[in-house]
Structures are given as C-alpha cells and as structure tokens.
Design a protein around this ligand. Structure first.
Ligand code: SF4
Ligand code: SF4
Length: 112
C-alpha cells in the first residue's frame, strides 16, 4: 500500500529534444531564416488581435514547432486573422505574417 505523504510528484514535463522530429521546423527555417531571430519576448502575443478571444500567440507557435508539437501550433494559428499587428511590434523585425503563411503552407496537411 502506498504511503500518503500529503503531496504527489507530477510527471516530468522535460522534453527530450533528441527524440523530437524537427524535419518540418527545419523546412520552415530554410524558408524563413528569420524565425531563428525570435527571442520569445512575447510582444506578438501581447498585441495579438485574436488573442483577446482565443489562446493564440506567435511566440508559443514557434516554440511548439521547435518542440515538434505541430498539431498544437497549427490549431492555434487557425484563429489568426493576418492583421499584421504582431509584425509591427516585433523587436527583431520578423515578418510574422509571412512566417504564418509559410507555416500554413508547410503544415497544411495537419489535421486541425
Ligand atoms: S497577424 Fe495573426 S498572430 Fe499576428 S496579431 Fe494578427 S491575428 Fe495575431
Ligand atoms: S515579437 Fe518577435 S521576437 Fe518577440 S516573441 Fe514574437 S516573433 Fe519572437
């Protein structure tokens, strides 16, 4: 019988990057090299027009893609209106709208 210590250990959320298939992300980088300039500052997420209504933010999308979580990333971008506000605030000068369009081209076969 397990002893109750009054607390539980959560399962590890560590991501083993050696096991992540980054083929699709590498394709994105070859099409949009600027994506590597992202510093995860979150300005795009803070100003996202759709972010007021949905869980969406380019910062998170890029992180998801780097971690091989393509379904989550593509599902998030479903709500993007291509308004371009994120492009205006990005301190690294990323053409975020272009990146979003490239992502939707590369990952178009992924079920949403
Ligand atoms: S282009 Fe898309 S991700 Fe960027 S601010 Fe507009 S709705 Fe948000
Ligand atoms: S604003 Fe630009 S640098 Fe900051 S998280 Fe978004 S894409 Fe990356």
């Amino acid at each position: 019988m397990a002893t109750d210590f009054g607390f539980k250990l959560s399962p590890s959320s560590t991501i083993n990057m050696d096991r992540v298939d980054t083929t699709a992300f590498d394709t994105l980088v070859s099409m949009e090299p600027d994506v590597m300039k992202c510093i995860s500052c979150g300005s795009c997420t803070a100003t996202c027009t759709a972010g007021r209504f949905y869980d969406i933010g380019l910062r998170k999308v890029i992180l998801y893609l780097q971690r091989g979580m393509e379904k989550e990333a593509v599902g998030m971008l479903r709500h993007c209106m291509l308004c371009g506000k994120c492009t205006m605030v990005c301190p690294r000068g990323l053409n975020t709208r272009h990146i979003i369009l490239s992502i939707s081209k590369i990952y178009k076969d992924i079920e949403q």
